[in-house]
Design a protein around this ligand. Sequence first.
Ligand SMILES: *Cc1c(COP(=O)(O)O)cnc(C)c1O
Length: 379
Amino acid sequence: MFDFDNELSALKKKGLLRHLLWRSSAQGPLVTINGRRYVNFGSNDYLGLAAHPLVAGAARDAALRFGFGAGASRLLAGGTALHERLERSVARLKGTEAALVFNSGYAANTGIIPAIAGEGDALFSDELNHASIVDGCRLSRARRHIYRHRDVSDLEGLLGKEKRARRRIVLTDSVFSMDGDIAPLPGLCEVCTRHGAMLYIDDAHATGVLGGGRGSLAHFGIRAEPWMVQMGTFSKALGSFGAFVAGSREMIDWLVNTARTFVFSTALPAPVIAASLKAMAVMRRDASRLKRLQENRSSLAAALQARGWNIRSSETPILPVLTRTVEEATSLSQLLFSRGVYAPAIRPPTVTAPRIRLTVTAAHTAAQIERLLRILDAY
Ligand SMILES: *Cc1c(COP(=O)(O)O)cnc(C)c1O
């Protein structure tokens, strides 16, 4: 028998026990948790679209037209015309021939990676990649190599040792979800070209945020190539749910046939797809959201640094505030919570260095950011 009580106590003793929170308001810069209002620095709703009336309205209209449940997988006619439209929009945004919607970022990474890599192949993964990439690599049965965080020369050394592999694939988050730093894509592209490797980019935190919203390749001015796999999500800056992969027509056709999380899972409901479509349209038409996001990000980052907080190499709205110990991260998060600010503590095993993870969005006001800073000042 599994002794849940005992295992949970062990977690608790290490200060690593996690708890669920119940929110009774919409997602946004102000949320109601357990009946109290909090300024929210814990969501990835970067453009403030999660509760946008046009996005919610598009979901409502689609529910009235298509109903809610999809009823079957895409291959068994669970998909709608909206799915196809969304895929064309994504391909246009990412500069590729084609795209495919997945049910979540987690499902995309655990489905795509095993579909393009197997026995005899070699995978090269940044040590700070998202858990869903790690799990996708594990499921693939390919040989796995972990390179030092953002270290192109470490990667190159490992690639050199795998010259006989059938296929080599380098995998990276473009924006790292706990540190907010950016992968060195120009260097990675150069090394991949030289070694004939594929490049798998997880743009979950870059879509809608970098490159005028187009993502990390646009941020660096790099053109999409057939040896690149661009994965991303609708669940963060786009305020919706689900994920996508963009690439060559042939790659997409291959994934439709072989990605198990695509083939064997019910399609996303039409209202979810309609919300993603509308969010992309709002993003395209209203550049002021991205501008406000960038302004809020700059002002909070500068203020944290001026106060001596270590935010590492963050260049994005994800701002890690490092603490010396796990206890300190927990107590700082609790202090903020007691003063009406939600900012989660992130602890091992999610990260090695404990921290508060702040995410600032386009929807935060200057007064809300000021309130956070005043509490940090008093710590
Ligand atoms: C959030 C995230 C995912 C998972 O996406 P979901 O749509 O939430 O399942 C995958 N990769 C990265 C880098 C992420 O930050």
